[in-house]
Design a protein. Structure first.
Length: 185
């Protein structure tokens, strides 16, 4: 039985071009390598390309200065990014009787640039929560309904955290305290 002859309309032309597939594969690989190399060069330029020039200029300036001035430049090293550590879950405290509001709910975040402070807050969470709940529960509801009253409470929370860190041998600095949720009922 003879093999059926294929119609020319279904012929893809694969048999006619020998070696064309290899050339196309090599060309495609070269284009891919070129694109990746160009992307790597652009990334290097934007991420690290300008730093060596600035560092070299800084070294040249520091070399011409006296020791005291050079150490002052070292002190101006870039600061780490801030970390906003949440004290979860949000605090819920009963307010003293007699005010319009009976309860306070507040979500607190602590800003620091030191990971050791975050570790301290995590390890000492029960103690921190105890002191802050006592502070929240002693607040006057009428005062908390005003912006200056909330800002005063924010400063008291920060002072309490700083005191707890110092008294218990913690490291790092509490830069700021933020209320990300504040509800009086």
């Amino acid at each position: 039985m003879a093999a059926p002859k294929l119609d020319e309309s279904t012929d893809l032309g694969i048999e006619k071009t020998k070696g064309g597939g290899r050339k196309r594969l090599i060309l495609l690989a070269l284009v891919a390598v070129t694109v990746l190399a160009a992307g790597g060069g652009v990334a290097w330029y934007f991420l690290a390309g300008s730093e060596p020039a600035a560092t070299a200029a800084g070294k040249g300036k520091a070399a011409g200065k006296k020791g005291g001035e050079a150490s002052a430049e070292k002190a101006e090293a870039p600061r780490p990014e801030p970390v906003y550590h949440p004290l979860d879950p949000p605090f819920v405290a009963n307010l003293p009787p007699g005010g319009k509001a009976k309860m306070l709910q507040a979500a607190v975040r602590v800003q620091t640039r030191d990971a050791s402070l975050v570790s301290f807050l995590q390890k000492n969470d029960p103690m921190v929560r105890h002191h802050l709940l006592s502070l929240f529960g002693s607040q006057d509801a009428a005062e908390l309904m005003t912006r200056p009253g909330r800002e005063k409470l924010q400063a008291e929370v920060k002072d309490t955290l700083v005191r707890l860190v110092q008294e218990n041998g913690g490291q790092g600095a509490v830069e700021a305290v933020y209320f990300t949720q504040f509800v009086l009922q």
